[in-house]
Ligand binder design. Structure first.
Ligand code: AMP
Length: 426
């Protein structure tokens, strides 16, 4: 199959790596990165240049397009590819609003009866402030639209909540994305990522995963795109996946189908496992980064074939083959991330790190210049390893990380610790 992967992060490197496991596949990456360069043909087209991507896919007779990030999906890449007769694994622009508009997602959740935090929606600052004062802290303030993962403030005090409203609604730090603001009940519990491959009607659950959003150890510091992840997450073992799909995924598929837009692609529920049961905090309409990296390390099935089964509405006939092992990925970042950070640092030791069995170094923000790999992003690598259990995967990923050298870099030292504590019953 000829496959075009869209995006330039660790998730896209993992997708390319997975597709290349089938020697019959030819893979293009637009624009790709230093890691995809060795496995695919990198094409310098931006992930949001929809018309150019359609032209490229048509010219190269691509059989399957796989958008990694949300932006091309919300911009309607699936609609555009389908119009050109090209198969694209991802929801149409209407369904992508489940991620592109948090108020839309809330509306669908209410219609579908999916458990979620109570919430009120505002376009008027005074009314929003009044509501915050009546509710009291803690509260969660969210920009309705896409805000590069920075549109959510968990406010522990009234002052923080009011300041967040001012930033979003008066200073417009997220632009039009915060024209509408959601104010949500603050949920307490462990966070789990739950992803399903969907064909419009049916859902095939993938193993659960746990991401780590905060930049520093112990879940402290500002939120990032994700500092590390493991799969499966002990809190949501395999035997509960079908039940979880019935609770938070299949009702959404029914609602979207009723609205005349069957959801095809990855539907990802960001869950909080509260004392009252699981509640959905958000939906994403694509793989998470870095959850995708450990997930794909665990997946034994042919991913491209599964994606085609989704597009052709026959995922209920598919079974997922996964290793019984656990995979864990740790993200190596440039100093300063998630704020301003340096670029262009040389990375060495990559080959050595991958010599260990079960280790794959996925590139998140790198470029290849001559024979060198240089950093080009805040998140630079996701060093991912398979192990017999979570502790073994953790040990292996960190051992591999120690072999990699990059000036002005850092990583969290505690990816996996929460899961190991849970397994030990602490
Ligand atoms: P979201 O983009 O909605 O998933 O929000 C990003 C992060 O904010 C989540 O991963 C949680 O850590 C936190 N968060 C979002 N909604 C809530 C909520 N209702 N209660 C507590 N934390 C939340």
């Amino acid at each position: 199959m000829r496959i075009l992967v869209i995006g330039s992060g660790g998730r896209e490197h993992a997708l390319v790596w997975k597709f290349r496991q089938n020697p019959e596949n030819t893979v293009f990456a637009a624009p790709g990165n230093g890691g995809t360069a060795g496995l695919a043909q990198n094409v310098s087209i931006a992930a949001d240049a929809i018309t150019e991507l359609v032209d490229f896919a048509r010219r190269k007779k691509v059989d399957l397009v796989v958008p990694g990030p949300e932006l091309p999906l919300t911009l309607g890449i699936t609609d555009a590819m389908n119009k050109a007769g090209i198969r694209c694994f991802g929801p149409d622009a209407y369904c992508a609003r489940l991620e592109g508009s948090k108020s839309f997602a809330k509306e669908v959740m209410a219609e579908a009866g999916v458990p979620t935090a109570t919430c009120a929606t505002f376009t008027d600052l005074a009314a929003a402030k009044d509501y915050v004062c009546k509710q009291g802290a803690p509260l969660v303030i969210k920009a309705d639209g896409l805000a590069a993962g920075k549109g959510v403030v968990v406010a522990h005090s009234l002052d923080e909540a009011l300041a967040a409203l001012d930033e979003m609604m008066t200073k417009k730090i997220h632009g039009a994305a915060a024209n509408t603001v959601l104010i949500e009940e603050c949920l307490v519990g462990e966070e789990i990522s739950f992803l399903c491959l969907c064909d419009g009607t049916n859902a095939l659950p993938l193993p659960s995963a746990q991401d780590h959003k905060a930049v520093f150890d112990g879940d402290t510091g500002p939120n990032t795109g994700g500092m590390g992840a493991y799969s499966p997450a002990p809190l949501l073992p395999h035997q509960y996946l079908e039940h979880m799909a019935d609770l938070v995924i299949r009702p959404i598929l029914q609602s979207m189908a009723r609205r005349g837009h069957p959801f095809v692609g990855v539907l990802y529920a960001g869950l909080m496992m509260t004392a009252d049961g699981p509640k959905v905090m958000e939906y994403n309409v694509r793989f998470g980064d870095p959850e995708c990296q450990p997930l794909l390390l665990c997946l034994e099935s042919d991913l491209a074939k599964l994606m085609l089964a989704c597009i052709e509405g026959r995922v209920s006939r598919e079974k997922l083959a996964c290793t019984r092992a656990t995979a864990l990925g740790v993200v190596l970042c440039a100093k300063g991330y998630p704020g301003a950070y340096l670029k262009g640092m040389e990375i060495s030791g990559l080959e050595e790190a991958e010599k260990d069995a079960g280790v794959v170094v996925f590139h998140s923000g790198t470029v290849q210049k001559a024979d060198k790999i240089l950093s080009s992003g805040g998140r630079v690598l996701c060093v991912t390893a398979l192990g017999g259990d979570l502790a073994a995967a953790q040990q292996s990923a960190y051992a591999a990380l120690e072999k990699i050298r990059m000036p002005d870099s850092f990583y969290r030292r505690d990816i996996g610790a929460k899961g190991i504590r849970f397994l030990q019953g602490d």
